[in-house]
Design a protein. Structure first.
Length: 277
Protein backbone atom coordinates (compact mmCIF):
# COMPACT_ATOMS: atom_id res chain seq x y z
CA UNK A 1 0.00 0.00 0.00
CA UNK A 2 1.40 3.37 -1.04
CA UNK A 3 2.26 5.92 1.60
CA UNK A 4 -0.05 8.92 1.76
CA UNK A 5 2.90 11.15 0.84
CA UNK A 6 2.94 9.69 -2.65
CA UNK A 7 -0.54 11.05 -3.22
CA UNK A 8 1.05 14.46 -3.87
CA UNK A 9 1.69 13.45 -7.49
CA UNK A 10 -1.90 12.37 -8.17
CA UNK A 11 -3.24 15.35 -6.25
CA UNK A 12 -1.16 17.79 -8.28
CA UNK A 13 -2.24 16.37 -11.63
CA UNK A 14 -5.89 16.41 -10.50
CA UNK A 15 -5.65 20.02 -9.31
CA UNK A 16 -4.09 21.04 -12.62
CA UNK A 17 -6.76 19.18 -14.57
CA UNK A 18 -9.48 21.02 -12.67
CA UNK A 19 -7.77 24.32 -13.51
CA UNK A 20 -7.39 23.28 -17.16
CA UNK A 21 -3.59 23.41 -16.87
CA UNK A 22 -0.70 21.12 -17.68
CA UNK A 23 2.20 20.17 -15.41
CA UNK A 24 5.63 21.71 -15.76
CA UNK A 25 8.21 19.21 -14.46
CA UNK A 26 11.79 20.51 -14.39
CA UNK A 27 14.73 18.18 -13.79
CA UNK A 28 17.88 19.20 -11.94
CA UNK A 29 20.87 17.14 -10.83
CA UNK A 30 20.94 16.96 -7.04
CA UNK A 31 24.23 18.29 -5.74
CA UNK A 32 25.03 20.38 -8.82
CA UNK A 33 26.71 22.62 -7.88
CA UNK A 34 26.00 21.64 -4.23
CA UNK A 35 23.14 20.21 -2.16
CA UNK A 36 22.71 23.60 -0.47
CA UNK A 37 22.17 25.12 -3.93
CA UNK A 38 19.84 22.25 -4.84
CA UNK A 39 17.65 23.15 -1.88
CA UNK A 40 17.55 26.79 -2.98
CA UNK A 41 16.88 25.79 -6.59
CA UNK A 42 13.94 23.54 -5.66
CA UNK A 43 12.27 26.38 -3.76
CA UNK A 44 12.98 28.82 -6.60
CA UNK A 45 11.63 26.40 -9.22
CA UNK A 46 8.38 26.04 -7.29
CA UNK A 47 8.08 29.80 -6.89
CA UNK A 48 8.67 30.29 -10.62
CA UNK A 49 5.91 27.88 -11.64
CA UNK A 50 7.13 24.28 -11.44
CA UNK A 51 4.41 21.79 -10.49
CA UNK A 52 6.55 18.72 -9.79
CA UNK A 53 10.34 18.46 -9.64
CA UNK A 54 12.69 15.66 -10.66
CA UNK A 55 15.96 15.34 -8.76
CA UNK A 56 18.68 13.39 -10.51
CA UNK A 57 20.81 11.09 -8.36
CA UNK A 58 24.39 11.30 -9.73
CA UNK A 59 25.83 8.07 -11.05
CA UNK A 60 29.24 7.34 -12.57
CA UNK A 61 27.87 5.63 -15.70
CA UNK A 62 24.59 7.33 -16.70
CA UNK A 63 23.76 5.42 -19.88
CA UNK A 64 20.53 7.30 -20.67
CA UNK A 65 22.07 10.74 -20.34
CA UNK A 66 23.81 13.05 -22.75
CA UNK A 67 26.90 15.16 -22.13
CA UNK A 68 25.11 17.95 -20.25
CA UNK A 69 23.67 15.69 -17.55
CA UNK A 70 26.77 13.47 -17.46
CA UNK A 71 28.88 16.53 -16.60
CA UNK A 72 26.32 17.61 -14.00
CA UNK A 73 26.59 14.16 -12.40
CA UNK A 74 30.38 14.49 -12.33
CA UNK A 75 30.15 17.89 -10.63
CA UNK A 76 27.65 16.52 -8.11
CA UNK A 77 29.84 13.54 -7.25
CA UNK A 78 32.86 15.80 -6.85
CA UNK A 79 30.87 17.94 -4.40
CA UNK A 80 30.34 14.83 -2.24
CA UNK A 81 26.74 14.12 -3.20
CA UNK A 82 25.37 10.69 -2.28
CA UNK A 83 21.93 9.11 -2.17
CA UNK A 84 21.73 9.42 1.62
CA UNK A 85 22.72 13.08 1.49
CA UNK A 86 20.05 13.68 -1.16
CA UNK A 87 17.44 12.03 1.07
CA UNK A 88 18.54 14.30 3.92
CA UNK A 89 18.12 17.31 1.61
CA UNK A 90 14.61 16.13 0.69
CA UNK A 91 13.80 15.76 4.39
CA UNK A 92 14.90 19.36 4.97
CA UNK A 93 12.92 20.56 1.96
CA UNK A 94 9.79 18.93 3.37
CA UNK A 95 9.83 21.48 6.20
CA UNK A 96 9.54 24.21 3.55
CA UNK A 97 7.54 22.84 0.62
CA UNK A 98 5.03 20.13 -0.31
CA UNK A 99 5.76 20.15 -4.05
CA UNK A 100 5.99 16.57 -5.41
CA UNK A 101 9.62 15.44 -5.56
CA UNK A 102 10.72 12.58 -7.81
CA UNK A 103 14.13 10.92 -7.76
CA UNK A 104 15.61 9.81 -11.08
CA UNK A 105 18.20 7.20 -10.24
CA UNK A 106 19.96 4.27 -11.84
CA UNK A 107 19.25 0.82 -10.45
CA UNK A 108 22.75 0.17 -9.08
CA UNK A 109 22.27 3.01 -6.61
CA UNK A 110 19.05 1.42 -5.34
CA UNK A 111 20.53 -2.07 -5.31
CA UNK A 112 23.45 -0.89 -3.15
CA UNK A 113 20.98 0.20 -0.47
CA UNK A 114 18.49 -2.62 -1.04
CA UNK A 115 15.10 -2.14 -2.70
CA UNK A 116 13.04 -2.36 0.50
CA UNK A 117 15.32 -0.10 2.52
CA UNK A 118 15.53 2.40 -0.33
CA UNK A 119 11.75 2.61 -0.68
CA UNK A 120 11.22 2.96 3.07
CA UNK A 121 13.89 5.64 3.49
CA UNK A 122 12.80 7.54 0.38
CA UNK A 123 9.21 7.76 1.63
CA UNK A 124 10.35 8.65 5.15
CA UNK A 125 12.37 11.54 3.69
CA UNK A 126 9.41 12.79 1.66
CA UNK A 127 10.12 11.42 -1.83
CA UNK A 128 6.94 10.99 -3.88
CA UNK A 129 8.16 9.07 -6.90
CA UNK A 130 11.14 7.31 -8.46
CA UNK A 131 12.21 6.89 -12.07
CA UNK A 132 14.78 4.20 -12.88
CA UNK A 133 15.82 4.69 -16.52
CA UNK A 134 17.75 1.42 -16.78
CA UNK A 135 15.01 -0.73 -15.24
CA UNK A 136 12.37 -2.01 -17.71
CA UNK A 137 9.10 -3.20 -16.15
CA UNK A 138 9.68 -6.86 -16.94
CA UNK A 139 12.87 -6.80 -14.83
CA UNK A 140 11.48 -4.69 -11.99
CA UNK A 141 9.42 -7.22 -10.01
CA UNK A 142 11.36 -6.91 -6.73
CA UNK A 143 11.50 -3.11 -6.82
CA UNK A 144 7.89 -2.92 -8.00
CA UNK A 145 6.72 -5.06 -5.08
CA UNK A 146 8.71 -2.97 -2.58
CA UNK A 147 7.25 0.24 -4.01
CA UNK A 148 3.74 -1.22 -3.92
CA UNK A 149 4.10 -1.99 -0.22
CA UNK A 150 6.09 0.97 1.03
CA UNK A 151 5.88 3.62 -1.72
CA UNK A 152 7.02 5.78 -3.45
CA UNK A 153 5.35 5.81 -6.87
CA UNK A 154 7.39 3.86 -9.41
CA UNK A 155 7.24 5.73 -12.71
CA UNK A 156 8.30 3.94 -15.87
CA UNK A 157 9.79 5.36 -19.06
CA UNK A 158 8.04 4.49 -22.31
CA UNK A 159 10.08 4.87 -25.49
CA UNK A 160 8.56 5.46 -28.95
CA UNK A 161 10.06 2.14 -30.05
CA UNK A 162 8.31 0.17 -27.28
CA UNK A 163 6.59 -3.06 -28.25
CA UNK A 164 2.88 -3.56 -27.62
CA UNK A 165 3.73 -5.84 -24.70
CA UNK A 166 6.04 -3.20 -23.16
CA UNK A 167 3.37 -0.51 -23.58
CA UNK A 168 0.80 -2.70 -21.87
CA UNK A 169 3.17 -3.40 -18.96
CA UNK A 170 4.08 0.26 -18.49
CA UNK A 171 0.44 1.34 -18.55
CA UNK A 172 -0.42 -1.36 -16.01
CA UNK A 173 2.50 -0.89 -13.65
CA UNK A 174 3.37 2.79 -13.64
CA UNK A 175 2.17 4.93 -10.76
CA UNK A 176 1.80 8.70 -10.69
CA UNK A 177 2.20 9.25 -14.42
CA UNK A 178 3.59 7.66 -17.56
CA UNK A 179 6.92 9.18 -18.65
CA UNK A 180 6.81 9.19 -22.45
CA UNK A 181 10.23 9.58 -24.05
CA UNK A 182 9.80 11.84 -27.07
CA UNK A 183 12.93 10.68 -28.89
CA UNK A 184 15.07 7.60 -29.23
CA UNK A 185 18.50 8.16 -27.74
CA UNK A 186 19.93 10.08 -24.81
CA UNK A 187 18.78 13.13 -22.87
CA UNK A 188 19.58 16.45 -24.48
CA UNK A 189 19.19 15.20 -28.05
CA UNK A 190 17.36 17.47 -30.47
CA UNK A 191 13.59 17.12 -30.59
CA UNK A 192 12.25 15.88 -33.93
CA UNK A 193 9.12 14.28 -35.32
CA UNK A 194 6.63 16.25 -33.23
CA UNK A 195 3.70 14.88 -35.22
CA UNK A 196 4.69 11.32 -34.32
CA UNK A 197 5.05 12.26 -30.64
CA UNK A 198 1.55 13.70 -30.58
CA UNK A 199 0.11 10.70 -32.42
CA UNK A 200 1.77 8.26 -30.01
CA UNK A 201 0.72 10.15 -26.89
CA UNK A 202 -2.88 10.44 -28.05
CA UNK A 203 -2.91 6.70 -28.77
CA UNK A 204 -1.70 6.07 -25.21
CA UNK A 205 -4.36 8.38 -23.81
CA UNK A 206 -7.01 6.18 -25.41
CA UNK A 207 -5.60 3.18 -23.53
CA UNK A 208 -4.95 4.76 -20.14
CA UNK A 209 -6.43 7.45 -17.93
CA UNK A 210 -3.10 7.93 -16.14
CA UNK A 211 -1.44 11.29 -16.82
CA UNK A 212 1.22 11.25 -19.53
CA UNK A 213 4.22 13.55 -19.25
CA UNK A 214 6.63 13.97 -22.17
CA UNK A 215 10.37 14.38 -21.71
CA UNK A 216 13.73 14.29 -23.58
CA UNK A 217 14.61 17.02 -26.07
CA UNK A 218 12.29 19.76 -24.78
CA UNK A 219 14.52 22.82 -24.67
CA UNK A 220 12.49 25.95 -25.41
CA UNK A 221 9.19 27.57 -24.43
CA UNK A 222 8.00 26.78 -27.97
CA UNK A 223 8.76 23.08 -27.46
CA UNK A 224 6.95 23.13 -24.12
CA UNK A 225 3.94 24.89 -25.58
CA UNK A 226 3.57 22.33 -28.35
CA UNK A 227 3.88 19.37 -25.98
CA UNK A 228 1.34 20.89 -23.61
CA UNK A 229 -1.23 20.96 -26.40
CA UNK A 230 -1.70 17.19 -26.04
CA UNK A 231 0.33 15.85 -23.07
CA UNK A 232 -0.61 16.18 -19.39
CA UNK A 233 2.89 17.24 -18.38
CA UNK A 234 6.09 18.62 -19.88
CA UNK A 235 9.51 17.57 -18.56
CA UNK A 236 12.50 19.84 -19.12
CA UNK A 237 15.93 18.57 -18.09
CA UNK A 238 19.08 19.18 -20.12
CA UNK A 239 18.17 22.75 -21.10
CA UNK A 240 17.75 23.65 -17.43
CA UNK A 241 20.84 21.76 -16.27
CA UNK A 242 22.81 23.60 -18.97
CA UNK A 243 21.70 26.94 -17.51
CA UNK A 244 22.73 25.85 -14.03
CA UNK A 245 26.17 24.91 -15.39
CA UNK A 246 26.46 28.23 -17.20
CA UNK A 247 25.59 30.38 -14.18
CA UNK A 248 26.71 28.22 -11.25
CA UNK A 249 29.50 30.65 -10.33
CA UNK A 250 27.21 33.64 -10.83
CA UNK A 251 25.31 35.23 -7.91
CA UNK A 252 22.34 35.57 -10.27
CA UNK A 253 22.02 31.78 -10.82
CA UNK A 254 18.61 31.60 -9.12
CA UNK A 255 17.35 34.59 -11.11
CA UNK A 256 18.38 33.09 -14.47
CA UNK A 257 16.86 29.70 -13.63
CA UNK A 258 13.64 31.29 -12.34
CA UNK A 259 13.26 33.38 -15.49
CA UNK A 260 13.61 30.30 -17.70
CA UNK A 261 11.00 28.39 -15.69
CA UNK A 262 8.63 31.37 -15.80
CA UNK A 263 8.99 31.47 -19.59
CA UNK A 264 8.24 27.76 -19.85
CA UNK A 265 5.22 28.00 -17.56
CA UNK A 266 3.84 31.01 -19.44
CA UNK A 267 4.19 29.12 -22.73
CA UNK A 268 2.39 26.09 -21.32
CA UNK A 269 -0.42 28.19 -19.87
CA UNK A 270 -0.84 30.27 -23.01
CA UNK A 271 -1.41 27.12 -25.00
CA UNK A 272 -4.76 26.41 -23.37
CA UNK A 273 -6.04 22.99 -22.39
CA UNK A 274 -6.51 20.33 -25.03
CA UNK A 275 -8.86 17.60 -23.87
CA UNK A 276 -8.17 13.99 -24.63
CA UNK A 277 -9.84 12.78 -27.81
Amino acid sequence: MLSTTTNRIAQTFEELRQKAEKALIPYIMAGDPSLAETESLVLALEQAGADLIELGVPFSDPIADGTVIQKAAERALLSGTSLRRILNTVKTLRTKTQIPLILMTYYNTIMAMGEKTFCQEAVAAGVDGIIVPDMPPEEADTLHQAAQVHGPCLIYLLAPTATTIRKTEVIRRTQGFIYYVSITGITGAKLQGLTDVEKNVRALQKKSKKPIAVGFGIATPEDAKHMASFADGVIVGSALVKKIAEYQQDPSLIQHVSTFIQQLKFAIRSNGYSTKP
